[in-house]
Ligand binder design. Sequence first.
Ligand code: MF3
Ligand code: CO
Ligand code: CO
Length: 256
Amino acid sequence: MTNETIELLSSRELDKMRQAGCLAAQLLQHLEPMVKPGVTTLELNDEAERWTKAHGAKSAPLGYHGFPKSICTSVNEVVCHGIPSAKQILKDGDIINIDVTPLVDGYHGDTSKTFFVGTPSPKAKKLVDVTLECLKRGIAEVKPGARIGDIGAAIQEYAEAQGFSVVRNFTGHGVHRVFHAAPEIPHYGKRGTGKRLRAGMVFTIEPMINEGTWEVEVLDDGWTALTLDRKLSAQFEHTVAVTNSGVEILTVCGNW
Ligand code: MF3
Ligand code: CO
Ligand code: CO
């Protein structure tokens, strides 16, 4: 099987993905109350690592292509892949995306959420609200027979109508035993284009939406991606499965 082949998961594998997804959702929920002015992104990382181990799982980002920490913490103008640091102290008005991927019994649960630190500015609030709505609209396109391009089109139409832009350099991705697998899921595009979705496919949708330009720059650390114009960026991510009837969000627990 090549890297290009899109795997269709068995019901046994989907069950493993539900377990990993549930743990990922619980981890974000566990970290949320720590997101306050004065906390460092390293403290968030260290608690995520401790909690993940305590639940018998592994932090997939740690050591992944050399990534040095267990979670990604992307603050304000950081688009994605921010590296937790003891020097980075959160302050009132910041926005922070926390992206977690526990590896549970060989399967990855990949989810992220943008949180407000204290009280957000009106523009930050609007960006974060629009980004969450983009994720919801992308998920709503998922059903057997739909095209990958339908997902990106729904996201791009809404983001741009709200005056924001969609990051091109990073996409959603297939996810199962492999952290980043086929297919790529762009968050922009045209309806009716791209491969058809089939029941059993599992992938992430993780729109990164910018206040200004969609262009990004990667720092010399090789990871931190930030907006070229240093305006704000927000992101939400779920892992989803295509089902016979439509879509199942895997990075939730029960009714959460
Ligand atoms: N969780 C990220 C994603 O959504 C990937 C992080 S890779 C890392 O795909 F190496 F930066 F951790
Ligand atoms: Co992620
Ligand atoms: Co992902």
